[in-house]
Design a protein. Structure first.
Length: 149
């Protein structure tokens, strides 16, 4: 009996999320940082701190610390991995496209290449968990605003 493509994709995405939860990338505070922001979801208790450094029009360093569910922590790791060393316009574009995926429910094919971030697309099936996945992104936006970029 063969598995459907959806089942294979779901399993692959679960593996990606678990890997980022168990082995987070860019975990830790950026020192010195140009900006820091704290995100908190009072409904579930997830918390995340984003710190970043900007140089030459790009994110020269990004880090996160926090505690929370596997979705929020995996999302922070995936986000940091994806935005590190990206230009500021690329970062802002990615934030918009990721929000389109999770909050607006847009199809991946409409949004362009999202890489491993597509692993979080399944979260939108669980409305209460969308806030978990968006938490680090909201904190990222606040830190970019603090940095004036």
């Amino acid at each position: 009996m063969s598995e459907s493509v959806t089942q294979v994709d779901d399993e692959l995405f679960r593996e990606i999320l678990l890997d980022h939860y168990r082995h987070p990338r860019h975990h830790g505070e950026v020192v010195p940082a140009d900006a820091k922001a704290h995100g908190h979801n009072p409904l579930c208790g997830d918390e995340v701190d984003i710190s970043l450094r900007v140089a030459d029009g790009k994110l020269a360093a990004v880090g996160f610390e926090g505690q929370g569910c596997s979705i929020s922590m995996a999302s922070a790791s995936l986000m940091a991995e994806e935005i590190d060393q990206k230009s500021l316009p690329e970062v802002h574009d990615l934030i918009s496209r990721f929000r389109g995926l999770l909050v607006e429910g847009r199809d991946v094919s409409e949004l362009g290449e999202l890489g491993d971030l597509e692993a979080l697309a399944g979260v939108r099936r669980y409305v209460a968990r969308i806030k978990c996945a968006m938490l680090p992104w909201t904190a990222l936006e606040a830190s970019l605003e603090e940095a004036g970029v």
